[in-house]
Design a protein around this ligand. Structure first.
Ligand SMILES: [Zn+2]
Length: 263
């Protein structure tokens, strides 16, 4: 059974030109899991209308084809944007993992608070995946890491909401999601995050970004990086895509300002 909701833009007519704009379409689908153990997570997300909430963000844009937000059983702990299908998916498995950590770490808070964290962490996760969809479908030029850009766009939409209580809740949800491996983070101000709080990514990450771009640009000369496992295969697989993204970003954002060199 599919639960389909269509979001219609309130700004259907331009006040001055009286031109009708196509209403954006967002399809919300809670697909029931085959695994009985995942049913409670399906029920929770559906009854707390997590997708409808994230769908309001999607409804702010004029999608060329309808975009689907879906929760489903994937048999892996993941959330993803599926290129070519205009589909953003959150697996019940990743939500189960989150819920278990909330219950283990936030037992000193009441059930309503814990449920708010679960719901809003899911909404933030959807906004992050939705950002990947935005970049791909609208061909947004990016310079730098797509994951950081996806978080930034998710924060933009999370902070832009008018209802400040909703803003607080989604930030608390996102905070828990990011810090879920730091037990008792929420009650301890003594953490020393050091380099993690710097405006720069970790130097080690910058180093691997450099290797990644170099490997993509010079696959033969830099093949040894992967062969000698100096650059892990898991990252290397993404490098050509990261390089293409960088080239496209520079082409679109910087090249218009380049001086014309004499040949
Ligand atoms: Zn991502």
């Amino acid at each position: 059974m599919r639960n389909i909701v269509r979001f219609i833009s309130t700004a259907i007519f331009s006040a001055t030109l009286n031109i009708a704009f196509a209403a954006p379409q967002v399809i919300v689908t809670y697909t029931p899991p085959a695994d009985e153990n995942l049913k409670p997570y399906y029920e929770f997300l559906k009854s707390h209308q997590a997708l409808e909430s994230a769908g309001k963000t999607a409804a702010l844009l004029k999608w060329p084809t309808p975009i689907t937000l879906e929760t489903k059983q994937c048999n892996e702990v993941n959330a993803m944007y599926v290129p070519g299908e205009a589909r953003v998916i959150m697996c019940y498995e990743i939500f189960k993992d989150l819920v278990e950590k909330v219950e283990a770490q936030l037992g000193h808070h009441d059930q309503n608070y814990r449920n708010d964290i679960k719901r809003n962490a899911a909404i933030f996760l959807f906004r992050h995946e939705l950002s990947h969809a935005i970049f791909d479908i609208f061909k947004i030029p990016l310079i730098g890491n797509e994951e950081i850009a996806a978080d930034a766009v998710a924060f933009h939409y999370s902070l832009e909401q008018k209802n400040i209580e909703e803003v607080k809740k989604v930030l608390q949800g996102a905070k828990f999601y990011f810090m879920r491996r730091n037990e008792n983070f929420g009650d301890d101000t003594r953490y020393d995050f050091g380099a993690f709080s710097d405006i720069h990514p970790l130097s080690e990450q910058r180093y691997f970004n450099m290797l990644c771009y170099t490997y993509a640009k010079f696959p033969e000369q830099a093949e040894f990086l992967v062969k000698q496992e100096l650059l892990p295969q898991g990252r290397a697989d993404y490098c050509p895509r990261e390089w293409d993204q960088l080239q496209y970003g520079v082409q679109r954002l910087i090249r218009p300002y380049a001086v014309k060199l004499k040949k």
